[in-house]
Design a protein around this ligand. Structure first.
Ligand code: HEC
Length: 146
């Protein structure tokens, strides 16, 4: 499994209401990541796991804090698991990807997850198609050179 460090969009920089105020860390099977980097698309069966991690509250207005390594935003507690599964037969009506969430909150998470309605996840990813190779449905860049 490969880990990609995600962006951070804290509440303090988004009028107090960022849709995802946490760090976003994405886990991918290494062979599927390599395939993507070569072909610009993930193979059938690929699973992407996005783990949300809260930011430690800092004293500055932008939410940052001072530490020995400098001023910045630092992770604290785990705060959610979102999953994308590529299966063109099952999820053909949302560009081959199914969207699931095991909870966007503190642990414990659900032990099972049902596919999410299109308007809650896939629609936003569909709206972002075009920023990356066609129909990948990915909104993050995982190193494909195009
Ligand atoms: C407001 C638009 C929006 C909605 C709604 C949304 N996402 Fe995303 N999603 C993004 C953006 C932007 C990224 C890339 C940056 C990041 O990691 O947040 C992303 C990234 C992801 C990733 C990492 C892979 C990638 O595409 O980069 C997964 C997995 C994911 N989202 C799952 C979900 C799930 C599951 C839901 C519904 C519970 C959901 N998303 C709802 C905008 C959205």
């Amino acid at each position: 499994v490969d880990l990609h460090w995600g962006p951070i969009t804290p509440n303090a920089l988004n009028n107090g209401k960022a849709p995802f105020p946490e760090f976003h860390d994405v886990y991918i099977e290494q062979e599927n990541l390599r395939y993507y980097q070569e072909h610009g698309n993930f193979p059938e069966g690929t699973v992407l796991v996005k783990e949300l991690v809260l930011v430690q509250p800092g004293k500055y207005p932008d939410g940052s804090m001072d530490t020995a390594s400098g001023r910045g935003h630092f992770p604290s507690a785990l705060h959610g698991i979102d999953v994308m599964v590529k299966d063109s037969k099952r999820f053909g009506n949302t560009n081959s990807w199914g969207f699931f969430t095991f909870g966007h909150h503190a642990q414990p998470y659900s032990s099972t997850a049902k596919v999410m309605p299109t308007e809650q996840c896939a629609s936003c990813h569909i709206a972002g198609v075009g920023r990356l190779p066609p129909r990948t449905m990915l909104l993050k860049h995982f190193g494909y050179r195009y």
